[in-house]
Ligand binder design. Structure first.
Ligand SMILES: *Cc1c(COP(=O)(O)O)cnc(C)c1O
Length: 377
């Protein structure tokens, strides 16, 4: 058992982290291996089955020729490529080592001890970690139908609220807020509260009432959008994220980020990936087809599935011995199918399952069918 570092248990003093640090439950990534000799289908981290654009891989390889040189600390080529793709001003784009880094940097820049960071009950776990690590106080708003509830967020605004994080669509629920709801939340925020719209799955969404929030970032002085190359672009291993923000927010984050926070490989590969619209379109098409099919086939087995607009589904299990999410997880793992337990998100009866390749999706559905029929008993 690790001891609580904030409790002095020794007679000789030693460095002790701030109380918020000890309150953090370290993020546990999705599992990636099994013990059996099966092929392993990793459906636990929302990675794309299509992999990265071949152009991105070629670009990353080129960086091997210059490993002795520091990368461009401003990630100029990557910011230019993103700006070009979305019609943005590159001066308002900041890149990060994954969007996780940017979510943390925003908390460090805007939270003082005692300030509150607000997010919703089943929101992405990194928000809580970022807020606590920055010395802030996490405040959680309940959700309605596993969906961010704007009224509940508004009800929890206080004088100390400095930052509000929303993943849209959200992970691990897969649900989304229509753009009008995001606007309604923004309209209720005091102008000195920063709204962070996390669009990690924005590219996957096919709903007319959805908007990632770019328009709002461009017209408001207190809205930031973060995006990632880890999901639809298939570059999770390189750690590339970006945000578009008002100039004053971009300036604040640029002051506190590491001077070389993106590797040369990340800069090159990201710039190539963002230009490969055909690759992204193929990923969207694959996801559309399989998201619908997985949802339908799991429901046909008598299990509830939360309607998802992202590249994963949340499957609900009964809280009964041998039929639970934990039992299903163990059974599927034994067949080489790795899904994600989401108890840490307050969803102990659910598994999150990424839309994978045809072979992986089929292995998952076959495994789940066998589990439900009691083949495991
Ligand atoms: C995966 C994910 C991210 C992206 O993380 P990176 O650090 O860019 O790999 C951000 N937000 C949410 C909600 C995610 O699920």
């Amino acid at each position: 058992m690790p001891t609580d570092p904030s409790v002095p248990s020794r007679s000789v003093p030693r460095p002790v982290p701030r109380p918020g640090v000890a309150a953090i439950e370290a993020y546990v990534p999705g599992k990636s291996g099994t013990t059996g000799g099966h092929p392993v289908y990793k459906l636990s981290s929302n990675e794309t089955p299509l992999g990265p654009s071949p152009a991105a891989v070629a670009a990353a390889r080129q960086s091997l020729d210059d490993l002795a040189l520091y990368p461009d600390g401003n990630a100029t080529a990557l910011r230019a490529a993103i700006a070009e793709r979305y019609g943005l001003d590159p001066a308002r784009i900041v890149c990060g080592a994954g969007s996780d880094e940017l979510l943390s940097l925003l908390a460090y820049a805007y939270l003082a001890p005692g300030d509150e960071g607000l997010f919703s009950a089943h929101g992405f776990l990194v928000y809580r970690i970022a807020i606590l690590a920055a010395g802030g106080t996490p405040v959680v708003a309940p959700e309605r139908d596993l969906t961010t509830d704007v009224d509940a967020l508004i009800a929890r605004l206080t004088e100390r609220t400095r930052i509000v994080y929303i993943a849209n669509p959200n992970n691990p629920t897969g649900t989304y807020l229509p753009f009008e709801e995001v606007r309604r939340l923004h309209a209720a925020l005091p102008p000195d509260v920063l709204l962070v719209l996390d669009g990690a799955y924005a590219e996957y969404v096919r709903r007319n009432d959805y908007g990632s929030g770019l328009d709002l970032v461009l017209e408001a002085d207190n809205v930031v959008m973060t995006r990632t190359f880890s999901k639809i672009h298939g570059l999770a291993a390189l750690r590339i994220g970006w945000m578009v923000a008002p100039a004053h927010v971009a300036d604040a984050v640029n002051r506190i980020r590491g001077p070389f926070n993106l590797s040369a490989a990340a800069i090159r590969a990201g710039a190539a990936a963002i230009q490969d619209d055909a690759h992204v379109a193929a990923a969207v098409a694959h996801n559309d087809a399989w998201l619908a099919r997985l949802t339908e086939e799991v429901r046909a087995l008598g299990l509830a599935v939360t309607p998802s607009v992202a590249n994963f589904v949340l499957v609900h299990f009964p809280d009964a011995p041998g039929r639970s999410a934990a039992a299903a997880d163990a059974f599927l793992t034994g067949r080489g199918v790795i899904t994600r337990r989401v108890a840490a998100y307050g969803l102990p009866d659910c598994l999150r399952v990424t839309v994978g390749s045809e072979a992986a999706n089929t292995a998952f559905l076959d495994g789940l069918r066998a589990f439900v029929r009691g083949a495991h008993a």
